[in-house]
Design a protein around this ligand. Structure first.
Ligand SMILES: *Cc1c(COP(=O)(O)O)cnc(C)c1O
Length: 408
C-alpha cells in the first residue's frame, strides 16, 4: 500500500464500533465493568480494556495505532503536546547524572526544556549540526541519548539519519528523532536507523491548526542495556516492547500528560489528508522559495533548493521533499517587521503545519527566552522571518510576498 492509500485503508484503520468509518469520540473519563473481577483484570493488564482515559482511551488508541503504522513502529504513545512527547521520550530513559547530545538548531521549546532539565541533574551538550564528526568528541559514559530534528525548526538543517544512527549504535546510545517538520510522508526515520520518533502532532499531522498534541513512536529495535539504563531491568521481560511498557506504566501515565479524546479525533481527521497536504505544501514551498530568491534584499534558506547544502540529502533521504518551512533574512529587524505587517494572506502567528501560511519573527517570540548565542546557534538572526507555507494557490503567495518585499 502506498502512503495515501494506507492513510485510508491501513491495518490501523479498521474495526470501529458499529462499522463507523471514522473512529467515534470516546469522550469519557472512566470505563465501567459489570464485575470487580473484570476491572481488576483490566487494571493489571490481564485483560484488554480501558479503565481511565489518562491511561488509555479508544479514540486516543486509534490515533496511536495509525501514526505507529505510518512510521512503521512497534507502538506509539500519544501525549498532550509535542513538548510533552519530547520530554517523556527522554525522561523514560534518563536519570540524574546523564547527558544528552542535541543539535543546537532545535525548536525553541526544546532548547528551553533542556535548560529546565539541568536542575534535575540532566545535562545537554549541544552540537551545531548533528553529525558524526560533531557528536563523537562529546560522547562519554554518561551519554544516554542523541536527540535531533530531522529538518530542524527553524535552522532547517537536515540530519543524515543513517550515518548518525550507525555511529551512535556502535556506542550503545539510541537516536531520538523529532520528525515533526519532515512527517512520515517525507521520511520514516526507523528505515534509516532511528530508534525513537517524536512528533508535535499539533503541526502537520493535525494539519488544520485546531489542537495541541504529541506522539512518541518506538521502533522496538534498540537494545536497552539494563546496567546502563536505570529501571529497564523490570521491563526486560517485555523484549522489544520494553521502552513502551516502561513509558506507559511509568513516567507517561504518572506525569499525566495524556491526549484528550476530542483532540485525538481531530488529529485522526487531519491525518487522513497528510499526504495530499504535504504534497501541496512542499511544492508551494519550493516555488515560493525560488520566487523569494529572485527578490532583491532577501536571502532564502530552504533545504529543497538546488543550491542548498542539503539538496543531496533531501533527495536521498526525504524523497526530494524539502518540507514546508522557509526562512528568509531581510537585513534588519525593522525591515522584518515591516514585511510581516505588509503581508495580506500570511498570518503572523506562532505555529507551523497549518493549512494557512503563517509567518513569525522568531528572535522576538519563540526564542525570546534564549541568549544571543543560543539564537545564533539556532539560526535565528534579528532579521530572520520563518514562513510556514500553507496550501493556498501558490501564485497568490508569491504575489503577496513580492508586494511586501517591494514595499520595504
Ligand atoms: C512545535 C514543535 C514542538 C512542540 O510541540 P507542541 O505541540 O507545541 O508542544 C516540538 N518540536 C518541533 C520541531 C516543533 O515544531
Amino acid at each position: 500500500m502506498e502512503f495515501n492509500t494506507k492513510l485510508l485503508h491501513g491495518n490501523a484503520v479498521k474495526n470501529y464500533a458499529d462499522g463507523a468509518t471514522v473512529p467515534p469520540i470516546s469522550q469519557t473519563s472512566a470505563f465501567s465493568y459489570e464485575t470487580a473481577e473484570k476491572l481488576e483484570k483490566v487494571f493489571n493488564n490481564k485483560a484488554p480494556g480501558y479503565a481511565y482515559t489518562r491511561i488509555g482511551n479508544p479514540t486516543v488508541d486509534a490515533f496511536e495505532r495509525r501514526v505507529c503504522e505510518l512510521e512503521g513502529g512497534k507502538g506509539a504513545v500519544a501525549c498532550a503536546s509535542g513538548m510533552s512527547a519530547v520530554t517523556l521520550s527522554l525522561l523514560n530513559i534518563l536519570s540524574a547524572g546523564d547527558e544528552i547530545i542535541a543539535g543546537s538548531g532545535l525548536f525553541g521549546g526544546t532548547i528551553d526544556l533542556f535548560s529546565d532539565l539541568k536542575q534535575f541533574g540532566i545535562t545537554t551538550r549541544f552540537v551545531s549540526k548533528v553529525t558524526v564528526e560533531e557528536i563523537e568528541p562529546l560522547i562519554n559514559e554518561h551519554t544516554k541519548a542523541v536527540f535531533g530534528e530531522v529538518i530542524s525548526n527553524p535552522s532547517l538543517d537536515v540530519i543524515d539519519i543513517r550515518s548518525v544512527a550507525d555511529f551512535v549504535h556502535s556506542k550503545g546510545i539510541p537516536l531520538i528523532m523529532d520528525s515533526t517538520t519532515a512527517t512520515p510522508y517525507a521520511v520514516r526515520p526507523f528505515e534509516h536507523g532511528a530508534d525513537i520518533v517524536v512528533h508535535s502532532s499539533s503541526k502537520y499531522i493535525n494539519g488544520g491548526g485546531n489542537s495541541i498534541s504529541g506522539i512518541i513512536v518506538d521502533s522496538g529495535n534498540f537494545q536497552w542495556d539494563v546496567s546502563r539504563y536505570n529501571g529497564f531491568e523490570k521491563y526486560k521481560v517485555y523484549g522489544s516492547f520494553a521502552y513502551l511498557a516502561k513509558l506507559r506504566n511509568g513516567i507517561w501515565r504518572n506525569m499525566g500528560g495524556c491526549l484528550s479524546p476530542t483532540n485525538a479525533f481531530l488529529n485522526l481527521v487531519g491525518l487522513e489528508t497528510l499526504g495530499l497536504r504535504m504534497e501541496r505544501i512542499c511544492s508551494n514551498s519550493y516555488e515560493l522559495a525560488q520566487a523569494l530568491g529572485r527578490l532583491d534584499g532577501v536571502s532564502v534558506h530552504y533545504p529543497g533548493l538546488p543550491d542548498s547544502p542539503y539538496k543531496e540529502l533531501v533527495d536521498r533521504q526525504l524523497n526530494g521533499l524539502g518540507g514546508g518551512i522557509i526562512t528568509i533574512q531581510v537585513g534588519s529587524k525593522e525591515r522584518a517587521y515591516q514585511l510581516l505587517n505588509s503581508l495580506k494572506y500570511a498570518l503572523n502567528a506562532t505555529n507551523i503545519g497549518d493549512l494557512r501560511t503563517l509567518v513569525i519573527h522568531p528572535a522576538s517570540t519563540i526564542y525570546t527566552h534564549s541568549t544571543k548565542e543560543q539564537k545564533e546557534a539556532a539560526g535565528v538572526q534579528e532579521d530572520t522571518i520563518r514562513i510556514s507555507v500553507g496550501i493556498e494557490d501558490v501564485q497568490d503567495l508569491i504575489d503577496d510576498f513580492t508586494q511586501a518585499v517591494e514595499s520595504l
